[in-house]
Design a protein around this ligand. Structure first.
Ligand code: ATP
Length: 898
């Protein structure tokens, strides 16, 4: 078998391939054979994806301007004979790399495990049964069933295909989908033209097909070219890029300043070693090098938090963008509604019927609502069409009936059973010989059945579509007369206004041997009836919509359903546009109207419309672009293949985890594991929280750098002794960022975070208030550290002790300022001191470290520190308290609404 797997499958006829792989294409493998092959060939997974290796990741930690400066500083101090300093600097470089590596690995792992948890599934035929299994369990010889939206799980030789088209851009770069069929091609045919093959990782964009697995895992074409698969560990986001650019600009400015101070020192004929140390201290202190990494970690923590709330982030920048979302466009069915369909009304043969019972239980009945008596052949055909033109199944789980497949179709099985039809019997009597599956684009499904007297085709779908296929309609007697379109449309409107989802049914007799082809499947049919089903709005969606609207985020429903159904559901959900309510002065816009508008007109109108109905997936793309032209940050949901372009275009593409196709999930930035609208609102809330914490972290960390830079610059300008040495600056920066700053990542969301308007994407990250605060704290750090340092020297303290005072001033002030930084508006008392226990833990750890720094003899040797007394601590704490109160006072004067 092993050698078999290296064949040129594309040149072998498909039945021969099946023979070679010992499988029957209409049955699949049996359990014994699957077990054996799984042991033989292993799992269908690609190992060794592209992405950085652990070693590369570790080495890249040294690839930062600050680290270069430090390494040079370490070497030069070594040459100058300052062995201890040189050793400490090198040790810091190493510790920094290890810490950076561990943190980054954690972030990558968080993202990796999320993408793994979304592993793809595939539909296979095994022992004659269609079953859905994880793609990893597929073995060579398995028969895989493909339909539009699927990701091909392994390399397949196509056995049969119906209008099958596959997007192979991941593999061949060809952007247009390629038509596939079962035909063999020449051995020399290039990959992109092997029409009889479907390759792992490519996406089915249309039609359906069946294929036999010929290669799995690393043996597949995509597995061989490892490196072509995107790894999910991209950690750059617009914000981190902005910050990196800012650090680099600052780096240049600081290097110029450091160079100038070096020249100044030389002109003053100061000792070279001292001038050099001052220049290094300036560079090390003033550059916020750790910032991009810290931001990445805060974002990654946000990813985990969102996952807990059932929103899986596929692309890290989404965490950032979510907080600034201004419009959420959501599908209706399943996202805003329960997707628990129950047929309640039927109109057929000129009569109306009520269907009793709830859920998917077949208990209930179909009774005339208008007192009509006797047989109704049209009703028979209407319910039979619903039952046969159907791919769903009802099964029992824990004593409760559940639906497998499309709930709309589940509801039609149930209504037919309530009428007295038996699912299995009907399917046996009307053997299905062909089908055209439902595609949103076409809005109908059709099946063809073999009977003794000939073939019969059934169609079910959107009312306008099905009526478009019919010229005639059936009466209760079975007689066929001319179609009375107006009466049917009036009946549809009556049902839709109650919020019912209405489907129409039709049939036609066709010649033996005739097949279904899209072009003429929907022609010359006889209309047999309408079925209207209820799909209750989700309670939690109603609350979530209200929360979004309160937060200045507009919610729009974009549905494939009828305008009246959409309007009724929209009303129940409380959807509205600013200044108008649906049903009153705010009309529902339909796909047809969208088609008539130019892009410019659509851009003008789009903001005021809360509900869009009968929208085709292609129109979703136009809607997203129109909203973006208005400056909106747009989240858009989708589940089908054709939704992918809109999902990619949207600022946040949201795919459904349960009902979504693989194509939609691949295109999305975020996947909802519960398909629920409320989860989007939760993610927006989390996004706002993460962004707020990011800004708090930046506002907390920048004064350290600015303060250190100012202290050193002042010392250089006045030709004074350096109040803090480069190694001491390294100590401050590393310990405070890890023990204090990072704790802001765990800051809970402030109350009222969903009561403000979304952040304007053009607004700078740091507004005037925050910049002023950063300035105030930086100056306070300068005054306190420089002042106390000088004071100690004047009063006869050793320079080591005076520097220890300065270092402690920095750390203690940062620690107090950390409590201020928990909110730009509220005091820690308002927030509650224990609401972020991480901060208390970090504060305590930091203080213990400072005691070690000050009193442990080995630290005194390494960092040139010296013990200080109680009075000194009191002076330092007094400075800390002063900063705390000044910032709190500043908060009361101004308010920033981050
Ligand atoms: P949303 O886009 O909000 O999820 P939707 O599910 O109604 O709404 P589509 O799935 O595109 O959107 O369905 C559009 C229309 O096609 C429906 O209103 C219905 O009339 C018809 N339809 C839906 N499902 C089927 C099906 N399985 N078979 C035949 N017709 C269907």
């Amino acid at each position: 078998m092993e050698t078999l797997l290296d064949k040129h499958w594309h040149q072998i006829e498909s039945d021969e391939v099946c023979k070679l792989l010992s499988v029957q294409p209409d049955k699949g493998l049996d359990d014994f054979e699957i077990d054996r092959r799984q042991k033989n060939f292993g799992a269908n997974v690609i190992t060794g994806k592209k992405g950085k290796t652990d070693l590369e990741r570790f080495l890249l930690q040294f690839h930062q301007p600050l680290v270069y400066i430090l390494i040079v500083a370490g070497i030069v101090t070594g040459f100058l004979g300052e062995w201890v300093d040189s050793g400490v600097i090198m040790a810091v470089v190493l510790v920094n790399a290890v810490v950076g590596y561990i943190q980054e690995s954690k972030a990558v792992k968080a993202l990796d495990s999320l993408s793994a948890s979304m592993g793809t599934e595939a539909m296979v035929l095994r022992s004659g049964q269609k079953i859905r299994i994880p793609a990893a369990e597929i073995v060579p010889g398995d028969i895989v069933l493909l339909r539009s939206g699927d990701k091909v799980p392994a390399d397949l030789r196509i056995v049969s295909g119906k209008e099958l088209r596959i997007d192979e851009s991941t593999l061949t770069g060809e952007s247009l989908p390629v038509a596939k069929n079962e035909q063999a091609v020449n051995r020399e045919t290039v990959l992109a033209e092997r029409k009889g093959m479907a390759f792992a990782g490519t996406l089915v964009s249309y039609g359906q097909g069946k294929g036999v697995v010929v290669s799995i895992g690393n043996k597949t074409e995509i597995g061989r070219i490892s490196g072509m698969i995107d790894s999910a560990d991209e950690l750059d986001t617009p914000l981190t890029k902005k910050i990196t650019r800012f650090s680099h600009m600052l780096l240049i400015a600081i290097m110029v300043l450091a160079g100038a101070s070096f020249v100044l020192g030389l002109m003053r004929s100061e000792p070279i070693s001292e001038i050099f140390m001052a220049a290094v201290a300036l560079a090390v202190g003033a550059i916020p090098e750790g910032l991009p990494a810290a931001v990445t970690i805060i974002l990654a923590l946000g990813v985990s938090r969102m996952a807990e709330r059932k929103a899986i982030i596929r692309k890290l920048p989404a965490v950032e963008t979510l907080g600034g979302t201004t419009v959420i466009c959501s599908d209706k069915t399943g996202t805003l509604t329960e997707n628990q369909m129950t047929v309640q009304e039927i109109r057929s043969g000129g009569h109306s019927y009520i269907v009793s019972g709830t859920g998917y239980s077949s208990e209930g009945s179909v009774t005339p609502a208008d007192g009509s008596q006797g047989d109704n052949k049209a009703l028979d055909e209407c319910l039979r069409a619903g039952l046969l033109c159907n791919d769903a199944k009802i099964y029992m789980k824990d004593g409760r009936p559940m639906v497998e497949g499309d709930p709309t179709e589940g509801a039609l099985i149930v209504s037919a059973e309530k009428y007295g039809f038996k699912h299995q019997q009907e399917h046996e009597a009307f053997k299905r010989v062909d089908e055209l599956p439902f595609e949103s684009e076409w809005q109908y499904m059709s099946t063809l059945h073999e009977l003794e007297e000939g073939r019969i085709a059934y169609v079910k779908g959107a009312v306008e579509k099905v009526l478009g296929c019919c010229k005639e309609m059936m009466l209760p007697s079975g007689e066929v007369v001319e179609l009375d379109r107006d009466t049917i449309i009036a009946a549809q409107h009556e049902m839709a206004s109650k919020g019912l989802r209405v489907l129409a049914f039709a049939r036609k007799k066709v010649r033996a041997n005739e097949q279904l082809i899209r072009a003429d499947a929907c022609m010359g049919m006889e209309f047999v009836g309408l079925q209207g089903m209820i799909d209750p709005p989700r309670e939690e969606a109603k609350a979530a919509i209200a929360a979004c609207q309160n937060a200045g985020v507009r919610v729009k429903m974009i549905t494939g359903d009828h305008a009246l159904t959409a309007e009724a559901i929209g009303l129940r959900l409380g959807l509205r546009a600013p200044g108008c309510d649906i049903g009153k002065d705010c009309p529902v816009m339909t796909g047809r109207e969208i088609a008539e508008l130019s892009d410019k007109e659509l851009t003008e109108k789009v903001s005021d419309i809360p509900v869009f109905a009968r929208v085709s997936p292609e129109q979703k793309l136009r809607l997203v672009m129109a909203m973006q032209k208005n400056g909106d940050v747009c989240a858009m949901t989708g589940d089908g293949v054709n939704d992918a372009p809109a999902l990619k275009q949207a600022d946040i593409g949201v795919a459904m985890g349960i009902t979504g196709t693989e194509v939609a999930k691949e295109a999305a930035d975020m996947v909802l594991t519960d398909d629920n609208f409320a989860t989007i609102q939760a993610a927006v809330e989390e996004g706002r929280g993460v962004f707020a914490n990011l800004v708090k972290f930046i506002a907390w960390t920048l004064p350290t750098n600015a303060g250190e830079g100012l202290v050193i610059l002042t010392a250089i300008l006045f030709g004074a002794t350096l109040p803090i040495l480069p190694v001491q600056i390294l100590w401050i920066n590393m310990t405070t960022a890890a023990c204090l700053g990072m704790m802001l990542a765990f800051e809970p969301k402030e109350p009222g975070i969903m009561d403000r308007d979304p952040r304007d994407p053009d607004r700078p990250i740091l507004d005037k208030t925050i910049l002023r605060r950063i300035g105030i704290v930086s100056l306070l750090l300068l005054v306190c550290a420089f002042g106390l340092f000088k004071w100690e020297l004047i009063n006869g303290a050793t320079v080591e002790k005076a520097r220890t005072m300065a270092v402690n001033v920095f750390v203690v002030l940062e620690a107090f300022y950390l409590f201020n930084s928990r909110s730009f508006k509220r005091s820690p008392f308002e927030l509650g001191f224990t609401t972020n226990k991480w901060i208390l833990g970090g504060f305590t750890t930091m203080m213990v470290l400072q005691l070690i720094f000050t009193y442990a003899p080995f630290m005194n040797t390494l960092f040139s520190s010296a013990p200080i007394n109680l009075l000194d601590w009191i002076k330092i704490l007094a400075c800390g308290l002063a900063v705390y109160f000044i910032v709190e006072f500043d908060k009361k004067r101004t308010s920033s609404d981050i």
